[in-house]
Design a protein around this ligand. Structure first.
Ligand code: NAD
Ligand code: UFG
Length: 341
C-alpha cells in the first residue's frame, strides 16, 4: 500500500514516514525542499531500513502530480506541505495563500482526476484562535489570528464543502497542538532554518551554544506562572496518530476531525525546567515583552481520538525534552548535506 506524503522530508512528515513504514505502508514523498534537506532520506533509510520513493517538486505543479498518480498506485494522501511561520505570514500573506491554499487546491484537483479520494490534512490548533475556554474540543468555535491561521481554517472549510457534495471523499482533519521532540535514535529531529520561531528548538540551540539566551515572551499572562501554556506533544506520538487515522478513517468516506494533543498544559517556564532536568544544563533566559498574536493558554481535549481512533499520546514531557536534546547533541548544526546513498 502506497501513500503520497507531501512535505514528507519536513519535520512532522519525516517522522510520519517512519511510523508508516513501521506499519507496513510505503510512503511516496513529494517535497520541494523549501524547508527541508535531502539528507533526511538517508536518515529515514538508516532508521527504518527502507528508503522512501522521492519526487522533488511542488504541490502547485499539476503536471507533476498527474505523473506521480500515473506512475504510483497511490491509495491516499497525507498532506503536510505548507509554509508554517505565523510571523512571516503576516509579512507575506500572498505567499502563504498561494502556497498553502492554491497548492492544496492543485493537489485536490489531481486527486480527483486520478480517482483518489482519501485525504489526511495537517491542520493546527491555530484554527481555535484565542480560545474562550480550555480544553479545546473538536467542536469548539474556530477563528483565525494570522494569514497562516486563515490558510488552515480556509482549507478546513474547503474540504468540508467538497466532502458534503461528493461522498466519495474520506477527509480527515488532524489538528496538531505543539509538536516537539525527535526520534529516540537521535538521527531525526527538527531542523529549523535561521533563527527558530518555536520554543523547543530555541532552547536546544541555547543549550548547544548556538544562541546566548532564550527570550521568554511575557510573564504577565493570567496563567499558573505568568508564562503561556501549551499542549506539547512528542512528534512520534503525532506520527503514530496519522497511522491510526489512516487505518480507521481511510476506509470510511466522510469528514473526520481529531485533536492530536496530550491534554496537558505546560508553561514556558515549566518547559525550561523540564529541559534542564533532561540535559543537566541550566538554560540562560530573560523575560521580554509579549510576542504579538500569542494566546495565553491552549490545550486539547484529546478524548475523541482516544475513543474513536484508539490513539493516545504515551510519551512524557521528559521523553520529549530528552529526545530533543539527544537529536541536537548528535546534530549540532541540524541535517548537514550528505552524500546521496
Ligand atoms: P516543515 O516545514 O518541517 O515541513 C513542511 C515541508 O513541506 C517542508 O519539507 C517543505 O520543504 C515542504 N513544502 C512546503 N511548501 C511546499 C510546496 N509548495 N510543495 C512541496 N513541498 C512543500 O513543517 P512541519 O513542522 O513538519 O509541519 C508540517 C505540517 O504541519 C504543515 O502543514 C504545518 O502547517 C502543520 N503544523 C505544524 C505545526 C508545528 O508546530 N510544527 C503545528 C500545527 C500544524
Ligand atoms: N516562546 C518563547 N520564546 C521563544 C519561542 C517561543 O517564550 O523563543 C513561547 C511563546 O511565546 C509561546 C510558547 O513559547 O508562549 C510556544 O511558542 P511556539 O512558537 O513554540 O508555539 P506556538 O504555540 O506559538 O505555535 C505553534 C505552531 C503554530 C501553530 C500553533 C497552534 O508553531 O504553527 O502552535 O497550533 F499555529
Amino acid at each position: 500500500m502506497k501513500i503520497l506524503v507531501t512535505g514528507g522530508t519536513g519535520y512532522i512528515g519525516s517522522h510520519t514516514c517512519l511510523a508508516l513504514i513501521a506499519a507496513g505502508i510505503e510512503p511516496v514523498i513529494l517535497d520541494n525542499l523549501s524547508n527541508s534537506k535531502l539528507a533526511v532520506l538517508n536518515r529515514i533509510e538508516a532508521v527504518s531500513g527502507q528508503r522512501p520513493l522521492f519526487y522533488q517538486g511542488d504541490i502547485r505543479d499539476a503536471a507533476l502530480l498527474d505523473r506521480i498518480f500515473q506512475e504510483q498506485p497511490i491509495a491516499g494522501v497525507i498532506h503536510f506541505a505548507a509554509l508554517k511561520a505565523v510571523g512571516e505570514s503576516t509579512q507575506k500573506p500572498f505567499e502563504y495563500f498561494e502556497n498553502n491554499i492554491a497548492g492544496t487546491l492543485t493537489l485536490l484537483g489531481a486527486m480527483r482526476r486520478a480517482g483518489c479520494f482519501r485525504f489526511i490534512f495537517s491542520s493546527s490548533a491555530t484554527v481555535y484562535g484565542d480560545p474562550k475556554t480550555v480544553p479545546l474540543r473538536e467542536d469548539s468555535p474556530r477563528a483565525s489570528l494570522s494569514p497562516y491561521g486563515r490558510t488552515k481554517l480556509m482549507i478546513e472549510q474547503m474540504l468540508e464543502d467538497m466532502q458534503q457534495v461528493d461522498p466519495r471523499w474520506s477527509i480527515t482533519l488532524l489538528r496538531y497542538f505543539n509538536p516537539i521532540g525527535a526520534h529516540a535514535s537521535g538521527q531525526m529531529g527538527e531542523d529549523p532554518q535561521g533563527i527558530p520561531n518555536n520554543l523547543m528548538p530555541y532552547i536546544t540551540q541555547v543549550a548547544i551554544g548556538r544562541r546566548d539566551c532564550l527570550n521568554i515572551f511575557g510573564n504577565d499572562y493570567p496563567t499558573k506562572d505568568g508564562t503561556c501554556v501549551r499542549d506539547y506533544i512528542h512528534v512520534m506520538d503525532l506520527a503514530e496518530g496519522h497511522v491510526k487515522a489512516w487505518q480507521v478513517c481511510g476506509e470510511q468516506a466522510g469528514l473526520h476531525i481529531y485533536n492530536l494533543g496530550t491534554g496537558q498544559g505546560v508553561s514556558v517556564l515549566e518547559m525550561v525546567h523540564a529541559f534542564a532536568r533532561a540535559s543537566g544544563l541550566e538554560i540562560n533566559y530573560k523575560i521580554v515583552a509579549r510576542r504579538p498574536g500569542d494566546v495565553a493558554e491552549c490545550w486539547a481535549d484529546p478524548s475523541k481520538a482516544q475513543r474513536e481512533l484508539g490513539w493516545k499520546a504515551t510519551r512524557t514531557l521528559d521523553d520529549m525534552t530528552r529526545d530533543s536534546w539527544c537529536w541536537q547533541q548528535a546534530n549540532p548544526n541540524g541535517y548537514e548535506e550528505e552524500a546521496h546513498v
